[in-house]
Ligand binder design. Structure first.
Ligand code: GLN
Length: 286
């Protein structure tokens, strides 16, 4: 049997398990290439080769896991974010495109890449935000916090992989606990899914990604609220908070930020026009 025939059979199996046809074909191919260590070009020229017994066994087992709706990124252990490869495990959320909007927003807010100061990434998970910002702002001190020790181990591996482990201080603990009040930027992709909405997420997310990183409590905004409320005590004058939130949470973001002495509140929309990122600034001369 050829690699291609096995991949086609795997695709059918994935469709039967409820995965959308356009995703199933790509997943079956990506998992085959992952095991073979092939890029797309090699796959297209070599896919008529006969399968080996070892490949057959490993591939069938990966496809069975995918059919149980394990995300591809956990099966390959990798996801690309901001053009860089990040290690991901079930202890970390898989980086999503909407979080690239958060990065873009930070870069627009601080166009001078040579600035100093302290930037904190709250709930760093895989460390994708902290690592990208450490690279983009080579003179800033980066602190990345998380309540999950296993997630911090993944963040550390990613910092190392991208050559910024000496630039990122990893801290185990909730939100901004233990940090002094002289932070220049606070960034976060906090958990913001409502407890009820958790039940309706895709099986990949609901059954495999860490609920700690997704579940924002009853209204979905408890974690966000706790973070914003502490922010003005921790930022330097003109320091800013940049957070990702759910597309129906703009009003809550504005209301909490307004109530906590933050100013210049802005909301950034994604390419679909949905509000996804909030910015608020602390000014002590108000
Ligand atoms: N955007 C994610 C999802 O819908 C949620 C991420 C988060 O809660 N921070 O799966």
């Amino acid at each position: 049997m050829s690699i291609l025939s096995l991949v086609n059979a795997a695709c059918t199996r994935l469709i039967e398990s409820g995965i959308r046809p356009e995703e199933a074909g790509l997943d079956a191919e990506v998992l085959a290439r992952h095991l073979l260590g092939w890029d797309r070009a090699t796959y297209f020229t070599e896919r008529h080769q006969k399968i080996t017994r070892a490949f057959d066994k490993e591939y069938i087992s990966l496809i069975a896991r995918r059919a149980r709706r394990e995300p591809v990124a956990y099966l390959t252990g990798m996801r690309e974010f901001w053009g860089l490869e990040f290690t991901v495990t079930p202890d970390t959320l898989i980086p999503r495109p909407e979080t690239e909007l958060l990065i873009e927003t930070v870069l627009q807010l601080r166009p001078d890449r040579s600035i100093n100061g302290v930037l904190v990434d709250v709930g760093t998970g895989s460390g994708c935000i902290a690592v990208v910002l450490a690279i983009e702002f080579p003179n800033m001190t980066i602190v990345a916090t998380d309540i999950s020790q296993p997630a911090l181990a993944v963040a550390q591996a990613n910092a190392k992989r991208h050559g910024v482990s000496d630039r990122i201080e990893l801290r185990h603990g909730p939100q901004l606990a233990g940090l002094s009040g002289s932070l220049d930027l606070i960034v976060s992709n906090p958990p913001y899914v409502t407890a009820q909405a958790m039940q309706h997420l895709a099986p990949e997310v609901r059954d495999h990604e860490p609920h700690l990183a997704l579940n924002g409590g009853a209204g979905g905004t408890e974690t966000l609220r706790a973070l914003i409320e502490k922010t003005s005590l921790k930022l330097v004058n003109n320091g800013s908070l940049i957070v990702e939130f759910g597309c129906d949470q703009e009003a809550v973001f504005r209301q909490i930020a307004n109530a906590t002495h933050l100013t210049d509140i802005q909301v950034v929309h994604d390419i679909q026009g949905l509000p996804r990122v909030g910015v608020a600034t602390y000014r002590n001369n108000q």
